[in-house]
Design a binder for this molecule. Structure first.
Ligand code: EPU
Length: 419
């Protein structure tokens, strides 16, 4: 099992640049299925979830080639299969994104049913219901969704919840359905806007991405789009800024979109951070006082992101006083809380809420990340803990963070990996 050994405490100091957004590139890569000609995506992060999506696209028949470290050429002209097998879908829930595009390309598709994940069941019922309203006929058989789409129909669809995945999936599918589809109660995340922008540049008329109502006027065929740049990853950037603040150091993240980080920056400021931001950078300055306690509720964008909740829990473990975190997205995304306790954090979880009583210091111990953001959070805790913290479960981290160890080392962290 891969692990990191971190020697703390350390004050981080320096500059890192943001990677491309994992949660924007995955749906955009899936949308490539709708094309006939090659597209070069730039600013693609080299993370395991991207590698998994590459594997899936290759199984479907896509030609894939890295043209540079972060430039990925996808040629969908050779796509000739419509089955997304268990061994891939099982590794990554975002594989479900290929269902709608495959339906639009072939009129049929078979996609393995994604399972649960480390933070509980994550159903796809909203996706499937929405696709049905767009004209899909779905049957679940032996773990697969066998789908067909004889007459794609534009529709008015009200989402039960502002689901990021459902919004993106339905918007992408509707792009090739002639007529106007209206999605109501949409997710407003920057990754939704990025996917819309990609489709708009390909000739689809999409209005309202970033608001709670999106109107899609589908086209018969997408225009050729030769190049597209992926937006910066707000969660990766937020992780480094939080690390800078909690260690009492000075960290600048360049090449990011501060506007996407606003909900995170606002909470950091409330905790006492002095933050400077420009058009494409965020700088957190050295902290003079203790971290102040916070009350946080994770919510769809522009609320506080669930994907920053674990990192904030690490930070609040060493804040002054009692902090309360309520999970508004995944009621049991708290595996990291029990690991933080091994470092001396005082946390009580009554789902969907965690109560964190700040302690004077954390002490190094062996801990294991159970999911992507939880692993990052434990590494952050290791930076402030006294002594050696060994964090197992690095394979989760690698799903979404590119060169995490190297970037932290460049900021002065003492961090070694097992291999
Ligand atoms: N939900 C359903 N049924 C559905 C879809 C969602 O019940 O059909 C529920 C989920 O279980 C959850 C809530 O609705 O309780 C919101 O889920 P959403 O659909 O918004 O999440 P997602 O699209 O599956 C994306 C990110 C997650 C991030 C969430 C919330 C990707 C690939 N994943 O997931 O990112 O936590 O939005 O912002 O975009 C991560 O990067 O670490 C990560 C988990």
């Amino acid at each position: 099992m891969k692990y990191f050994k971190i020697e703390g405490p350390v004050k981080l100091k320096g500059e890192v640049s943001a990677q491309g957004a994992k949660n924007a590139v995955l749906p955009i890569m899936s949308a490539i299925i709708l094309y006939d000609t090659p597209v070069l995506l730039s600013n693609v992060p080299q993370v395991v979830d991207v590698f998994t999506m590459i594997e899936l696209l290759k199984i479907l028949g896509t030609k894939v080639e890295w043209k540079g470290k972060n430039d990925l050429l996808l040629d969908p002209s050779t796509i000739n299969r419509y089955t997304a097998p268990y061994e891939i879908v099982n590794q990554m829930r975002a594989s479900i994104y290929v269902l709608g595009p495959l339906l639009m390309k072939f009129g049929k598709a078979a996609v393995s049913f994604p399972g649960g994940c480390a933070f509980g069941p994550r159903p796809i019922d909203y996706h499937l219901h929405g696709l049905t309203l767009l004209g899909a006929n779905l049957e679940i058989d032996r773990g697969y969704i066998n789908a067909s789409m004889k007459s794609p129909t534009p529709a008015e669809i009200t989402l039960n919840f502002k689901s990021v995945g459902t919004t993106i999936h339905l918007m992408t599918t509707a792009s090739l359905i002639e007529g106007e589809t209206t999605l109501i109660n949409c997710a407003q995340e920057p990754e939704v806007v990025a996917t819309a922008d990609f489709l708009i540049k390909s000739g689809v008329k999409i209005e309202g991405a970033g608001t709670n109502v999106i109107k899609v006027k589908g086209v018969r065929k997408l225009n050729n789009l030769t190049e597209y740049k992926i937006i910066p990853d707000r969660i990766e950037a937020g992780t480094y800024i939080t690390a800078g603040f909690m260690t009492g150091g000075e960290v600048m993240v360049t090449g990011c979109s501060p506007i996407h980080l606003e909900p995170v920056i606002a909470k950091l400021k409330e905790a006492g951070a002095s933050v400077e931001r420009g058009n494409d950078y965020v700088l957190v300055k050295p902290r003079e006082n203790k971290i102040k306690s916070l009350q946080i509720e994770t919510q769809p964008f522009p609320g506080f992101p669930t994907d920053m909740q674990p990192q904030f829990m690490s930070m609040l473990s060493v804040a002054e006083g009692l902090s309360i975190i309520k999970e508004g997205i995944y009621p049991n995304r708290f595996a990291h809380a029990f690991e933080l306790q091994r470092l001396g954090a005082k946390i009580k979880v009554i789902e969907p809420t965690a109560f964190i009583e700040g302690v004077e210091k954390l002490t190094g111990a062996e801990v294991a990340g159970q999911d992507l953001r939880g692993s990052a959070a434990l590494i952050l805790a290791g930076l402030v803990a006294e002594g050696i913290t060994t964090v197992f479960g690095i394979e989760h981290l690698e799903r979404g963070y590119e060169n995490f160890q190297e970037k932290l080392q460049s900021l002065g962290a003492k961090i070694q990996s097992s291999s």
